[in-house]
Design a protein around this ligand. Structure first.
Ligand SMILES: [Zn+2]
Length: 342
């Protein structure tokens, strides 16, 4: 198996890992990508998504609105750590989410161009890991691809369904007083904890294909001391939604009202379905991508090497053979789709 390692994609992945691009600080990564595509003879658009934050859209010459677009994101989660390798793996921040995947797309793009296949583009955006700001801005490019191939670590399965996600911040306001005389105040923590308990125990409906809706109380804080009734408390909750995001929000609305606390919706994306491609194994994932935020009427394929289980960890990694194979798979997908258009 060792002879199947494509050194070009392995080197490129490490080179990109060594350019930090934590969300909000993607500029250097974008410059690198823009240069790479220009060297291939592709036409590059740098689209400002926010101050000093640019999406990169590259397309084959003569195809400003190509039939096929490869998409991924150039930002990573913190903290940054640089690349290292052993015989099997490449480690480093973004190895599988998504520098290794971008490397496979970049090498695939080069080989397609070398074969004079130019009716495709590559859209690499900022801000996926936090609020989808990059892809939302990319809608202004008014692209209308027939096919969108989105690269995320799916363990080489074509993902047909994606859970939605709802993120809310709950805030509770109390009145502080001496804990020996609680009748003179009101704890902000008690109603928050009661509401969270109800949310944790809530019997969310299950979706046949997407599985369970799950809830995580990610952060909680409030109060100043054990002998003082808390004046303020807050918690941030994330729900991976398999059935209906609006139903989840309705439950949150009802429970927070009941406990007289406030909530603010930070993220709200509905579950989404993607397309299948003959001959490719399929699966389901529990993570959210940019896909629901990109408006187009073509088909969408979510596929990539690497595992989400390694993403966002201190041991983030991707297999060398796997990304080498991914170059071939992306090329095959592109050819299959572009030829079927004719
Ligand atoms: Zn990702």
């Amino acid at each position: 198996m060792k002879n199947q390692i494509d050194q070009q994609v392995v080197d490129l992945a490490q080179q990109m890992i060594n350019i930090p691009s934590i969300t909000g600080d993607e500029m250097a990564m974008g410059e690198f990508l823009a240069n790479y595509f220009r060297q291939l003879g592709m036409v590059v658009t740098k689209q400002e998504a926010a101050t000093n934050r640019f999406n990169i859209f590259a397309h084959g010459e003569g195809h400003p609105n190509p039939s096929l677009i490869f998409n991924s994101h150039m930002d990573t989660v913190p903290p940054y750590f640089s690349a290292r390798e052993d015989s099997e793996w490449i480690y480093g921040r973004g190895a599988c989410d998504t520098k290794g995947i971008m490397a496979a797309i970049l090498v695939a793009a080069q080989q397609l161009i070398e074969e004079r296949i130019t009716d495709f583009g590559v859209l690499l955006v900022v801000g996926e890991e936090v609020n989808h700001l990059g892809i939302l801005a990319a809608n202004q490019l008014k692209l209308t691809p027939d096919y969108l191939i989105v690269g995320e670590p799916t363990e080489n399965s074509l993902i047909l369904r994606e859970k939605g996600s709802v993120k809310v911040k709950l805030t509770s306001q109390g009145r502080s007083c001496h804990s020996g005389y609680p009748q003179y105040g009101a704890s902000a923590i008690n109603p928050l904890v009661s509401a969270l308990k109800e949310l944790i125990d809530y019997p969310w409906p299950k979706d046949q294909e997407r599985g369970e809706t799950t809830l995580n109380v990610g952060t909680i804080q409030g109060g100043v001391a054990a002998n003082v009734l808390a004046e303020q408390a807050e918690a941030v909750v994330m729900i991976r939604v398999s059935h209906s995001a609006s139903e989840v929000l309705a439950v949150i609305d009802q429970i927070t009202k009941q406990h007289e606390i406030e909530y603010q919706t930070i993220l709200n994306s509905a579950p989404f379905s993607m397309d299948r491609l003959e001959g490719m194994p399929t699966g389901v994932v529990s993570f959210a991508t940019d896909i629901p935020h990109f408006i187009h009427s073509g088909k969408t394929y979510l596929w990539g090497p690497g595992s989400i289980m390694h993403a966002h960890t201190a041991e983030e990694k991707i297999g060398k053979e796997e990304i080498s194979q991914a170059v071939k798979t992306y090329i095959e997908m592109a050819k299959k789709l572009l030829i079927s258009t004719d």
